[in-house]
Design a protein around this ligand. Structure first.
Ligand SMILES: [Zn+2]
Length: 211
């Protein structure tokens, strides 16, 4: 939550357990981001064992645990490492999603849902009653987003009460628990993949990578 670019941590095992899906462990310091808010989860390892995070709905505060078959037990020191390329790809898609979303909302459309999965990143809006000029809208959004990336606006997170607010300077702010790049200049290869209206929903697909 505090450092997108922290790819490895040496920490202690707090708890171990098992569900019908297999064994899990909980680490004192966790760097794995679980799936949520339209963003897929990190993957990685604890020691040499593959690990994947999940939010435990039974645990207080929905603790993030790691599905992981490891011999490590409570109190053991372990090194947890996440897949760097995947983390950066997710952070780039997610951050760029905020930018595209913000410009489309400014154009008068109400946000419905976001999907930041690689290869299928898409944001959906209420299309409204009118018939939007999609070519014009796409051209505007592409230009605004490219300018924002070129301007290298800073991205930062602040806590207000229980909420984590993500701010992109010059663009806007949103409550969000995802991973983000530290400034838009880290994005590359942005394009709108698709823009269409279907059954009253405006669907905007986009692609971007981390530098
Ligand atoms: Zn976000």
């Amino acid at each position: 939550m505090e450092d997108t670019y922290r790819f490895s941590v040496t920490t202690r095992v707090l708890e171990t357990g098992r569900t019908e899906l297999g064994p899990w462990i909980t680490l004192e310091h966790n760097i794995f981001h679980p799936q949520g808010g339209g963003q897929p989860s990190d993957t990685g390892t604890v020691g040499t064992a593959p690990a994947r995070p999940f939010k435990d709905p039974e645990a207080p505060g929905h603790t993030v645990r790691l599905s992981c078959e490891t011999d490590a037990t409570t109190g053991d020191e372990v090194t947890a490492t996440i897949d760097e390329e995947l983390r950066l790809r997710h952070a780039a898609l997610h951050t760029c999603g905020h930018v595209v979303d913000s410009f489309i909302r400014q154009a008068g459309f109400r946000h419905r849902v976001s999907n930041h999965f690689p290869g299928q990143a898409r944001i959906e809006f209420d299309a409204g009653d009118g018939k939007p000029d999609l070519q014009q809208l796409a051209a505007t959004i592409e230009e605004q987003t490219r300018k924002a990336i070129a301007a290298d606006h800073k991205v930062h997170a602040d806590h207000r009460g229980d909420q984590r607010i993500i701010t992109i300077d010059g663009i806007g702010e949103d409550p969000c628990g995802g991973t983000h790049v530290t400034s838009l200049g880290r994005l590359t290869g942005f394009s709108l993949r698709s823009i269409k209206v279907k059954s009253g929903v405006l669907k905007v697909g986009y692609a971007v990578e981390h530098l």
